[in-house]
Each structure stands twice: as C-alpha cells, then as structure tokens.
Write a new protein. Structure first.
Length: 425
C-alpha cells in the first residue's frame, strides 16, 4: 500500500540542474513507460516544472535509489550528482508532500496557484500513458480535494506576492472595470512581460508596450493583441492611457512631469494610475504631486507584498493543519482498504472450507447417516479447519517471543479477560 515521492526542487538544486533533469511534455509518455519497465515501480507519475521534477509511485518493490539512477540515466547525468540534490518521502510522508506541493505550500512563491494545474497535468499524462493505476489515482484525487479545500478554507492565495501581480492588483483598486481601461507598459523585460499577461488576464481593454527597440516590444505585445511603440512615441499616446507601469534599465527618468501634465489636460483631468517599478526611477517623483495622478514606487509595492506575504504565512499555518488532516484521512482509507482485501481472501478460504464440509455431510446423509450426528461432525470439522491455521501461527509467534501477538489475537477475536477466564474454568 506504500507510496514513494522522489525529486529535486528550487530548494535543493540550481536552475542549471533543474533544467537538465526536466521532462518536456512530448517526452513524458515515453519516459513514464520506460520508468515503469526499467524499475520496480508499477504505478508511476512524473511532475516536471521549471522549479521541480518529482516522481510519484506506489512503493511495491521500488527503491528511491532506483528512481534516482533512472532519472540520471535518462538524462545522461552522473547519478551521484542527481542524488546529492534529491529528496525522498515515503508512506504518509509522500502523501503529505504531494498535498503540500499541490496546495502551493512547497512553492518558491508561497501559495502560487499554477502548481495545482501542473499537478493535474501530471495525473493526466500518467493516465494517458497507462501508468497511473488505481492506488496512485486515489492518491491524486485525495491530493486535488485537499488542495481545493486549502484554497477554499484559507487565504493562502488571496493576496499577490509578486511585484507584477501587486501592480495589477493596485490598478484594479483604482479602476473597478479594467475592460474600459488602456494600459501603457514602459519596457519589455521579464517583469513587464508578466505585468502584460496579468493585465490581459484581467481583461484590460487596450495594451500598449513602449520599448527602446520596437522588435522587443512587438515580441511582448503581439501574443496579447497589444500595440508596440518606441519610447519616443510615448508623448503621442500618453493621454489615451489610464494605467502606466514602467520598468526599464534606463539611468535617467523616461517620463517627466511636463509630459504628464500635458496628457492630463488632454484627458480633462481624468485620473491616471502609475507604478514605477524601476530602480533608478523611470518616472520623475514630482509626477506624484499632480492632483490627478496616483503614483506608486517599487517601495510601495514591497510594503504591499510583505503584508500579503505575512497574510499568506498565517494562512499557510491553517493550510498545514488541513494537509495533516487530509493525509491522516487518506492513510486511514488505504489501511481500511487493505483490511478489506485481507478479509475478502479469508472469507473466500472459509467459504471453500464450509463447502467442502457441507459436501461431505450431504454424502453421509444420502447414505443414511444420523442427521444429528452428521451435523455435529460437520460443525466440529469446520470449527477445527477454521481455527487450525490461526492456532498454528499464534503458537509460532508466541514461541518466537512476539508476545504482542497474543494481545492482537484477543482484540481480533473480540475476547476480553473475563471471557478468557471463563474459558479456563
């Protein structure tokens, strides 16, 4: 019934190592089948993201070092190098780890929601490849349910903790309906690209990307249906923009007070929301003194992020309790299921013995045997058969010094001291 989780993540391995052990989506079907065929893992799934690569499997005869060696072999790496940055979780620890990962408690950004979707992708890849299996499937379903409960019952993902998302969240506080707003993003680096995606997801009406090189601005804007311009064209479009977010590497401000004043006149003093993420600043600080401008600096965002991170950490403590409960409930269900399988086999054995003795009794009755004597002999023979194997095993375990077996037998057969004492009289 055991489970095993083996992997590396952003806490244990550098990005260079994580890149080298990652699995591309088009590799997963082949990799999953190879993994099952070349190790003792019968039910197996692989989660591979930019921050982690993990293998989940039913333990059976699988050993952690087998899985680590397989990963190294598959990617042409030294097994010792992979082992040094790997971690292993087994049994309830593996269950708890999967639930923590799915809930975002093990992520680089605490509580980030994307990992749950990536976990569902891992489940689907294994299902399609035919390597999922019933036990691992039940674990994934419990993992999804627990992660959903964490999202529903705690505030783990309620507040933004990235600069890009914090900027967009502030914009939403100023403009209730971003579907009527035009956003100007100055720069085309990673942060601005992320801001652009967030704004697009929030349904912003128009998106304009301004950059020193037009080609880079087009790379960011085109997939989102935005417009690309150069920095020199900013004065021509500034009056159209409700939101301005800047993040460049320029040593000098790109947007001055005079340009914003002219834009405000053209806007008839409709407010403008601005966020300057850059250091040094892209927007002159004096712009924040204008009556119709809401200007935030990167320091303002950091205060929001730190407060939100504290909120997430409080929520994480509540989430950990839910993970603990989810793990305990799942393990109890698995243990109960294992007991059901044992009882099923024992019942089948008992029914076979019953049928054998019943058959013998019917033959004796057909030959004219005394019914009372036949029934008594059948009852005695059946009782002896049912008690024979448990008696042999109990004596053996007691002789080996396994005295706990006696207490277990008392509990298993529903005996108490009084019953035992009466049996001796």
């Amino acid at each position: 019934m055991g489970f095993l989780a083996v992997g590396i993540n952003h806490k244990t391995a550098s990005v260079d190592v994580r890149e080298r052990v990652a699995f591309a989506p088009d590799q997963l079907a082949d990799a999953l089948q190879q993994l099952r065929d070349e190790t003792a893992a019968r039910e197996v799934a692989i989660l591979s993201t930019c921050n982690r690569t993990e293998i989940y499997c039913t333990q059976d005869q699988a050993r952690p070092e087998q899985l680590i060696e397989w990963v190294a072999r598959y990617h042409g790496l030294n097994p010792e190098d992979v082992a040094r940055c790997s971690y292993v979780h087994q049994e309830a620890g593996a269950v708890s780890h999967m639930m923590r990962v799915a809930a975002g408690l093990d992520s680089m950004v605490l509580g980030e929601p994307q990992i749950l979707g990536q976990m569902k992708d891992a489940w689907q890849y294994a299902r399609t490849a035919g390597t999922l299996g019933p036990r691992l499937d039940r674990l994934f379903q419990s993992t999804f349910n627990t992660a959903k409960q964490v999202r529903t019952d705690t505030a783990i993902g309620a507040n933004p903790v990235s600069v890009a998302f914090a900027a967009v969240s502030l914009a939403r506080q100023i403009f209730a309906d971003l579907g009527r707003s035009t956003a100007l993003l100055i720069g085309a680096g990673e942060t601005i690209a992320l801001v652009a995606r967030h704004l697009n997801e929030q349904g912003v009406s128009r998106l304009i990307i301004a950059n020193r090189t037009l080609e880079r601005a087009e790379e960011v804007s085109a997939p989102l249906g935005g417009r690309a311009i150069t920095l020199n064209q900013i004065p021509d479009v500034l009056h159209e923009c409700d939101i301005v977010i800047a993040s460049t590497a320029s040593p000098l401000p790109i947007l001055g007070k005079g340009a914003v004043e002219r834009a405000l006149k053209q806007r008839r003093h409709n407010p403008m929301f601005m966020v300057d993420i850059a250091v040094p600043r892209d927007i002159e600080p004096e712009v924040g003194k204008l009556a119709d401008v809401y200007l935030y600096s990167v320091d303002d965002l950091r205060e929001v992020i730190e407060e939100n991170m504290r909120s997430r950490q409080d929520a994480a403590r509540a989430a950990e309790r839910l993970i603990e409960l989810g793990t305990d409930e799942f393990m109890q269900r698995m243990r109960a299921r294992a007991a059901v399988n044992v009882l099923k086999r024992y019942r089948q054995q008992a029914e076979l013995q019953r049928d054998q003795e019943l058959g013998k009794a019917l033959v004796r009755l057909e030959r004219g045997g005394d019914p009372a004597q036949v029934m008594a002999e059948m009852a005695r023979a059946l009782t002896n058969k049912l008690l024979h194997e448990p008696s042999v095993q109990l004596k053996r375990m007691s002789a080996e010094g396994r005295t706990e077996s006696l207490s277990l037998a008392m509990e298993l057969f529903g005996l108490d001291n009084e019953t035992s004492a009466q049996g001796k009289q």
